[in-house]
Write a protein that binds this ligand. Structure first.
Ligand SMILES: Nc1nc2c(ncn2[C@@H]2O[C@H](COP(=O)(O)OP(=O)(O)OP(=O)(O)O)[C@@H](O)[C@H]2O)c(=O)[nH]1
Ligand SMILES: [Mg+2]
Length: 349
């Protein structure tokens, strides 16, 4: 049995539609990985392939130190409720990745404070935290040090939600691109061991992000939605009743505003359309899919209405980023594609 070095799937040359397919006898990579690496072309989508409980129970059965990779930009989507129960008695080090997407001026202490306070709210305990950026190559020495102190000769199991940056981090630690990494959630398909400087690491398939907007859109729209460089906040001053449409993906209505502001932390390739709330429905209906794009695959939306009960509050949408509202407002209504998770949290920045 030979395993694809890129995604961990068992190599086979029988069925093109199944993981691990390669037409070549002596290949080290499957055709899907080959095409992803060389042409950024997704031949077989694994969007809904991986059962979270199955991955977690396999991790629970595998001896080693847990390195939990989360995405600082998409932090809420990375959370795993009940993690300590599912991995009872295990040491967990968090690698908070994609640091380069957050503003450079944000200091590490503030990031750590945010992470620990969210984890406390979620009831999750970790042994240590390292912030990393694969793009800038920062935090790698700190990861090596945490591994040296805590692995104690055991393997390091690199786990986390799909797309959080696990395989990229391992490639960075290895100093070469061995594993397949891509913007498509569900790139890694099976457990995949590699040895870096004598230390064994196990890359694992991303735990499904079933409540993320990334799963509700066409794969060809991901490029626009996922930010690739430092966020440039889009700041709006708001008075009275104002609405914002983020493409045709999300709508935010802010009612009864007075000296209020709304700051979007999202990919700068997305268009934000602002209007008075009274004309917002009409605008949405008239321009949905045209001026307001991208749009989700299914035109079914769900609405949440809340009061602003904190001074500065983030409206975080899994997969999309967040909007930070401050100042006076009576209520906030958020419309997202059905099934997509929205978190109202204390401002991150
Ligand atoms: N800006 C930025 N992007 C990153 C960083 N690390 C990973 N990415 C991007 O995030 C996407 C997902 O990376 P992967 O390494 O494939 O993530 P994964 O967790 O292995 O994903 P699955 O195998 O699907 O679970 C890719 O487009 C990477 O280029 C980082 O530090 N900064
Ligand atoms: Mg991966």
């Amino acid at each position: 049995m030979k395993i694809c070095r890129g995604c961990g799937a068992v190599l086979q040359n029988e069925n093109k539609q199944l993981p691990g397919y390669t037409p070549k006898e002596d290949s080290e990579y499957c055709q899907r990985c080959f095409r992803l690496i060389h042409y950024d072309d997704l031949t077989v989508s694994m969007k809904t392939g991986i059962d979270p409980d199955q991955v977690l129970s396999r991790i629970a059965e595998t001896e080693g130190l847990i390195l939990w990779v989360t995405d600082l930009f998409d932090f809420e989507a990375g959370m795993i409720p009940g993690l300590n129960r599912k991995l009872a008695g295990r040491d967990i080090i968090m690698a908070a990745a994609k640091r380069d997407i957050l503003p450079e001026t944000l200091n590490e202490e503030k990031i750590a404070r945010f992470v620990f306070s969210r984890l406390k709210e979620m009831g999750i305990r970790i042994k240590g935290l390292v912030t990393v950026s694969a793009l800038q190559g920062t935090g790698l020495d700190e990861i090596r040090e945490a591994v040296r102190m805590n692995a104690k000769g055991r393997p390091v199991i690199v786990m986390g939600r799909a797309n959080s940056g696990k395989s990229t981090l391992l490639n960075n630690l290895a100093g070469k691109n061995i594993l397949t990494a891509s913007r498509y959630p569900g790139t890694t398909l099976d457990f995949n061991t590699l040895v870096i400087d004598g230390q064994e690491y196990i890359d694992t398939p991303g735990i499904e992000i079933e409540k993320s907007l990334l799963m509700a859109v066409k794969e060809s729209d991901l490029k626009e939605i996922i930010p690739s460089s430092e966020l440039k906040p889009a700041v709006y001053q708001v008075n009275k009743d104002q609405s914002f449409a983020v493409g045709g993906l999300v709508r935010i209505d802010l009612a009864g505003c007075d000296h209020a502001s709304c700051v979007f932390y999202m990919s700068d390739r997305l268009r934000i359309h602002r209007s008075k709330t009274e004309g917002a429905d009409q605008l949405w209906q008239k321009h949905y899919g045209e001026m307001l794009k991208p749009v989700p695959v299914k035109k079914a939306f769900r609405t949440f209405t809340v009061r602003k009960d904190m001074d500065k509050m983030d409206i975080a949408v899994d997969g999309l980023g967040w909007a930070c509202v401050s100042g006076q407002m009576r209520s906030i209504t958020v419309r997202v594609p059905e099934g997509v998770n929205v978190t109202f949290r204390k401002a991150m920045l």
